[in-house]
Structure formats: C-alpha cells, structure tokens
Design a binder for this molecule. Structure first.
Ligand code: NAD
Length: 260
C-alpha cells in the first residue's frame, strides 16, 4: 500500500519507533531509521528490514537536540530517495522529579527532543510534501499530551505542546493531501518504561512482575501494555487513503487511561 512512499521515523533504533518503522516497511515504504545505539546493532536492524520487507532502508545519526542535523537528515533523505512523504516524530526521553527539584538542564533536553525537534522536523519536511501535494505527519505524543501525572513536568509540557503543534500544522494544511495527527499511547513496554518499572520495583521492594502490574493498575484500566506493533498498524492506517480526512486528531491508544 505504501510502495513508492518514503518515511522518516525519528528515534527508531528502539521501542515504538522501531515498531512503527517495521510496520511502514512491511507496507512497502522505503524508510530512514534514526536514533542512538550500538553501530553494529543498528546496521543489523537496518539490513534486516531490507531483507524482511524488500524495501530500501537508510540510517541517519541525527541528534534531535540539533536543528541543523534534523534539517540535514531530511535533505539527505530527499537527495537519496527523491522525497519525504511520511514523517513520524517519535524520538523522546523522560525525566521524573518534582518541579522544585527538576534540573533545568533536564527540562531543556526534554523540551528539545520531545517538542522542539518535532517543530524542526516538520519545518524541514513540509515544503517537500507541499511541493508534491501529499504528506503524512504523525507525531507520537502521549496520554501525557492530554492529562498530567506528578513528577513529569517537562514531559507533560512537551507532549501538550506536541498536540497543539499538531493542530496548527493540520489547519495550515487543511486543504489538500497533507495530514498531521498525533498518536497518544498509554503505557507501552519499551526501554523508556522499563526504567520506570525498575525504579518502582526498587523503591517499593517488589518484583519486576509486581511492579508491572502496579504500574498498569494505577492508570491503564485494560491492564495490558499497548505494543509498538499496534502503534505501527495505526501509523500505517493514518498513512492510508482511508485516513485522508483525519486532520489534527489526537488518537488515544491507552487501554482506557483517558476515559476515566
Ligand atoms: P525508547 O527509549 O525505547 O526509544 C527512544 C528512541 O529515541 C531511541 O531510538 C533513542 O535512541 C532515540 N533518541 C533519544 N534521544 C535522541 C536524540 N537526541 N536524537 C535522536 N534520537 C534520540 O522510548 P519509547 O518508549 O519507544 O518512546 C518513543 C516515543 O513514544 C517517545 O516520544 C515517548 O515519549 C512516546 N511514548 C512512549 C510511551 C511508553 O509507554 N513507552 C507512552 C507514550 C508515549
């Protein structure tokens, strides 16, 4: 379905981004992976995607805190593949602390990666989409773009910002073939959340399994983690013709978290 399309997925060496990249590739898109990690492991992921799905896959080491590197990633993609049709802004980090103890430099880095990078990526990619009259921008926000939790000031502020930015970009491109939407997952079992599970287990002296149950029970009524594959399938749907008139939406995939 996405044959001939080119997708950049930021932060796709791990977790949700990797799940989304694999699903877009499985639908036929050529893809650009991005993110940090061991060079040999990243190369194995990249070549594995080419072998598994018969698409072309490139890797960009662009640091999402650096606007010039984000622009270079987009420009290199267009030079190599001829276009950028789908942009998935997914790279993100977390830091937890009460506001009064929140280190300013952690605030700056969470805002830079989780919010400002989304702006810089869109600003670089959008002109190419507008020139072709077609594009899909998918921002991986969070339930924390809609509701708050304690100790997550920078993350919650950034994710609320992402949903606002999503709406503006959707409205500025309301006529024509470009859509911009946000996906708002609840808990997804990735390295980002594993750190919070490990911290909870250590803090409360409980096992990892007990910590997972406790984490889910507090917020996510389904008591099931959303998977990167489910989010990948949603990104494929948002890239499909059926989703052409979904513009500026914040789609929850949260097991009922925000229904409460
Ligand atoms: P993860 O830690 O598994 O992956 C994060 C990815 O971002 C990695 O590929 C990492 O290398 C990359 N990254 C980090 N800093 C970067 C930088 N400066 N430049 C480029 N890449 C960078 O995390 P995840 O759980 O898969 O999270 C992905 C996105 O989903 C984030 O935006 C996160 O906020 C969001 N999200 C996650 C959950 C969850 O429960 N895991 C829930 C809601 C939203």
């Amino acid at each position: 379905m996405l044959k001939g399309k080119v997708a950049i997925i930021t932060g796709s060496t791990s977790g949700i981004g990797l799940g989304v990249a694999r699903k877009l590739a499985a639908s036929g898109a050529d893809i650009v992976l991005n993110g940090f990690g061991d060079a040999a492991e990243i190369e194995a992921v990249r070549s594995g995607i080419e072998a598994d799905f018969g698409v072309k896959a490139r890797y960009s080491a662009a640091d999402m805190t650096k606007p010039d590197q984000i622009k270079a990633m987009v420009d290199e993609t267009v030079a190599a593949f001829g276009s950028v049709d789908i942009l998935v802004n997914n790279a993100g980090i977390q830091h937890t602390a009460p506001v009064t103890e929140f280190p300013a430099e952690r605030w700056d880095s969470v805002i830079a990666i989780n919010l400002s990078a989304v702006f810089h990526g869109i600003q670089s990619a959008l002109p190419h989409m507008q020139a072709k009259g077609w594009g899909r921008i998918i921002n991986i926000a969070s339930v924390h773009g809609l509701v708050a939790s304690v100790n997550k000031a920078a993350y919650v502020a950034a994710k609320h910002g992402v949903i606002g930015l999503t709406k503006v970009v959707a409205l500025e491109n309301a006529e024509g073939g470009i859509t911009c939407n946000a996906i708002c997952p609840g808990w997804v079992l990735t390295p980002l959340v594993q750190k919070q599970i490990d911290a909870l287990a250590a803090r409360e002296g409980i096992s990892e399994t007990e910590a997972k149950v406790k984490l889910l029970s507090e917020k996510q009524p389904s008591k099931q983690f959303t998977t990167p594959e489910e989010l990948g399938d949603l990104a494929v749907f948002l890239s499909s013709p059926a989703a052409a008139n979904i513009k500026g939406a914040a789609l929850t995939v949260d097991g009922g978290w925000t229904a409460q």
